[in-house]
Design a protein around this ligand. Structure first.
Ligand code: FES
Length: 272
C-alpha cells in the first residue's frame, strides 16, 4: 500500500482546513456559495477569498446554477459554521431600562426639605405643648361640673282648696315633683309617687280608682293604702299646709308613714 502511494509520486499538500467556525477554501473550479447568516467574520473572509480565487462571483442567496445534484458537476463548497468553542465569553446582556422616575419627585423632596427647614423644631414643640395644655384646661373645666342630677325643689305650691273636688287626683306634679295631690274624705293630702315595693312609679287609673304599679302589679287605693301585689306598706305622704294667701304648700322633704300612725298628724293634710 505504501509502495503504491510512493509510486504515484508525492501528493500535493492538502488544502488547509480550519477548525471551529473557519471556512474551508474552495478548490479551483468549484463554485462558492455565499456566506450564511451566523458566520464568523473569518469564515466570511474565507468565503470571499475562495470566491476571488475561483474567479466566479458568489451567487446572491443561492448556490451557483448547476452546481448541485448533477452527476459530474463540481460540488459546491459551503462555508461551515460550528458553535463557538467552549470557554468563549458570551456577549454581555443589555441592561434592562431603568424604571421611569416620577418627574415630580425632585419637587416633592424639595418641598419637604423646605418645610422642615422653614419650621423649626422648637415651634413644633411649642405647638404640641400648647395643644396639650388646652386639652388639660378643657378637662379640668369639665371636672368642675360633674354629672349631677339636680332634684326639683322640695316645696311646691299646689293651688287652692277649691281646685280640688272630692275624689279628685291631681297629676300635674307627678313628673315635676313626684307628687299626687288628692282630695278624699274631707282632706287634701299629698302622696309620694314611689312604690313601696322596689321604687317604681305607679300610674293612677281613674276608671278603677286606684294606683297601679307597672313593675310587679302592686295596687294602692286613692288613700295610698296598699291592697294587692307585693308592696309591703302604703304609699308615703308629704307634709302639706295652707298658706296665708290661700295656696297650699307641699314639702316633700317631710314624710308621714301610715304604719307609724303619722297620717293623723295635722301637718300631713289640709281640711276642706
Ligand atoms: Fe311596685 Fe314592685 S315596684 S310592685
Amino acid at each position: 500500500m505504501a509502495d503504491a502511494d510512493n509510486r504515484e509520486g508525492p501528493k500535493p499538500p492538502a488544502a488547509p482546513r480550519e477548525k471551529g467556525s473557519q471556512a474551508v477554501p474552495a478548490e479551483p473550479g468549484r463554485p462558492v456559495l455565499p456566506a450564511k447568516p451566523g458566520m464568523t467574520p473569518e469564515a466570511e473572509a474565507a468565503v470571499a477569498a475562495a470566491a476571488a480565487a475561483s474567479g466566479k462571483p458568489v451567487a446572491p442567496g443561492s448556490p451557483a446554477s448547476g452546481t448541485t445534484g448533477v452527476a459530474g458537476e463540481p460540488r459546491p463548497v459551503y462555508a461551515r459554521i460550528t458553535p463557538a468553542a467552549p470557554g468563549t465569553i458570551p456577549a454581555p446582556l443589555k441592561p434592562s431600562p431603568a424604571p421611569a422616575e416620577d418627574p415630580r419627585a425632585d419637587e416633592i423632596a424639595l418641598s419637604r426639605r423646605m418645610f422642615l427647614g422653614l419650621v423649626p423644631w422648637s415651634t413644633l414643640g411649642w405647638a404640641a405643648f400648647t395643644g396639650a395644655s388646652a386639652a388639660g384646661t378643657v378637662l379640668t373645666a369639665r371636672f368642675m361640673f360633674p354629672n349631677v342630677l339636680y332634684e326639683p325643689p322640695a316645696t311646691v305650691k299646689v293651688g287652692v282648696r277649691e281646685d280640688y273636688p272630692d275624689g279628685f287626683v291631681e297629676e300635674r306634679f307627678k313628673d315635676t315633683h313626684g307628687l299626687w295631690v288628692v282630695r278624699s274624705g274631707g282632706r287634701i293630702f299629698a302622696l309620694v309617687t314611689i312604690c313601696t315595693h322596689l321604687g317604681c312609679t305607679p300610674n293612677w287609673l281613674q276608671n278603677e280608682g286606684k294606683f297601679k304599679c307597672p313593675c310587679h302589679g302592686s295596687g294602692f287605693r286613692m288613700s295610698g293604702i296598699h291592697f294587692e301585689g307585693p308592696a309591703p306598706r302604703p304609699l308615703e305622704r308629704a307634709a302639706i299646709r295652707l298658706l296665708d294667701d290661700g295656696q297650699m304648700l307641699v314639702d316633700k322633704a317631710r314624710r308621714f308613714l301610715f304604719e307609724k300612725g303619722q297620717w293623723d298628724d295635722p301637718e300631713s293634710y289640709v281640711v276642706v
